[in-house]
Design a protein around this ligand. Sequence first.
Ligand code: ADP
Ligand code: MG
Length: 626
Amino acid sequence: MSKQEFKAESKRLLEMMINSIYTQREIFLRELVSNASDAIDKLYYRALTDDQLVFNKEDYYIKVTADKASRTLTIADTGIGMTKEELENNLGVIAKSGSFAFKKENELKDGHNIIGQFGVGFYSAFMVADEVTVVTKALGSDEAFKWESTGTDGYSIEPCEKDSIGTEIILTIKKNTEDDQYDEYLEEYRLKSIIKKYSDFIRYPIKMDIKGQRPKADSENEFEEYQEEQTVNSMVPIWRKNKNELTQEDYDQFYFEKRYGFDKPIKHLHISADGAVVYNAILFIPENTPFDYYTKEYEKGLELYSNGVLIMDKCSDLLPDYFSFVKGMVDSEDLSLNISREMLQHDRQLKLIAKNINSKIKSALLSILKDERDKYESFYKAFGRQLKFGVYNDYGVNKDVLQDLLLFYSSKEKKLVTLDEYVSRMSEDQKYIYYASGESIERIERLPQTELVSDKGYEILYFTDDIDEFAIKMVSKYKDKEFKSVSSGDLGIEPDAADNESAAEEAQHKDLFEQMKTILNHKVKSVKASKRLKTHPVCLSTEGEVTIEMEKILKAMPGSQDVKADKVLEINVNHEIFQSLKAAYEQDKEKLGLYTSLLYNQALLIEGLPLQDPVEFTNDICKIMV
Ligand code: ADP
Ligand code: MG
């Protein structure tokens, strides 16, 4: 028997292959099982055109057997087998795919299942094996052949005995080294889990002899070892099944088995798309946030299958960040994979799928919002923050996708409402969508700044999340209505008679307010008579874009610049304290100083802002008590 050298380019490729194409060794089994499945498929396609050949699905299977004593792992199939020439051509020349040629010859296009296309998968066996032996007998042939190779040094082919048609791939598994473990590829449970992971949906049974223990028939506490042939793969993926054959339990079970999460998803989407791009997908919207969800560690992504074979655990390109909570899988025949199946070569199809999925998720969420409000609210409690980040990020490019998914607590409804609901309730004279920011609903309820807007009967949205105000700045307008903070200078509310009076008073007290401003030493931009206060004596409002809540949040961010809101101290001139203030202004300048700084500090406290000098503040209070 003479040894054949691999063709020169093949040799280089083989070295590359063993060392670098695949990042995970375990995928060798996926490749060999896929080849076995292809070989059975080829018989099946032959039978379609050949009357002599009968294809009984039950007779076709793949068998995986490990033998620790001889360190061999065998992958046997009852497929089409290979002739001597095919062995030479398909296994002697790397990067030559018999399967690709078969597809071409037989003009198989849509709906085919054959996986092979690059002609390199077979060689991944050398990542875990010192030696690979292929024993094969082709359909319609009387002779069997044995192909043997220890890797780069070449291969040999010789005749041998084999009873039935098909192929056996026998790997002699490498010995463990200090750095690398290979023994695991002889362990039943490990092999089973690799098959489950990558090849669960191969259409033919993948069988293994599974060892177990059972009580002896004639004894209660004695056990005996036994061995049983089991089919390890599920074969028909749930996503290829018809939707009406599946129950809610089937989907829940799938979610659980796939370990997408420990909760019960609030919704599943089963998509079978056959438009511009053909794919199947099952997606889940979880109920709870995973513990690491709002951390850097959380990795978004969907499982990606090509023709039922797992290609990627977490394909992040399939999901935008704002829908990063979605779990599930996508299976498509249309993907152009690179040779290691680890990267996608051209992502045009993938982009199309991602776009498609994105809009399906959005409509699913909208329909939950419409039809199952409670469910949506509990979803929103878990993931609303992520949606708001989505609105804010990238300068608001995604606001149109997301704004209708937002909810905010309403002062009137005392529950979460959508922007659309808010706008539809706006009265004709109402110019803006009003909001108030604060730490909690309770705190906002007590903010003096809300008084005028509430008195007018307008609804106020409560922003309690630090991202809220920033996100809304990005939305800027909803159905042509601008957003307005209740603390902003111009509330756009028409002055009534009383307000005109206060404007007049404003002019009258101009000098008092100027003095107060001087006393406060430019801590505020101005002091003025308030138009919004009804019962409270004092509050802060802001001019310009930056509100006080925003200032607080920006200050709390690491490395933040010193962003400041332009604050205005508003005084309720109808309040009793104003008389004291006026009296002090006329008679006692020292008292005016005391009152001014007291009122300013009170306003800070109401806003939840720190006092610059708490000791001075308490001393001031003592001064009036004495
Ligand atoms: P690919 O599967 O991408 O074509 P592989 O390197 O995995 O490339 O396999 C090379 C070729 O060897 C296959 O195209 C096929 O023609 C042949 N082959 C491999 N394994 C088998 C098998 N179990 N039965 C029959 N032919 C096989
Ligand atoms: Mg292959």
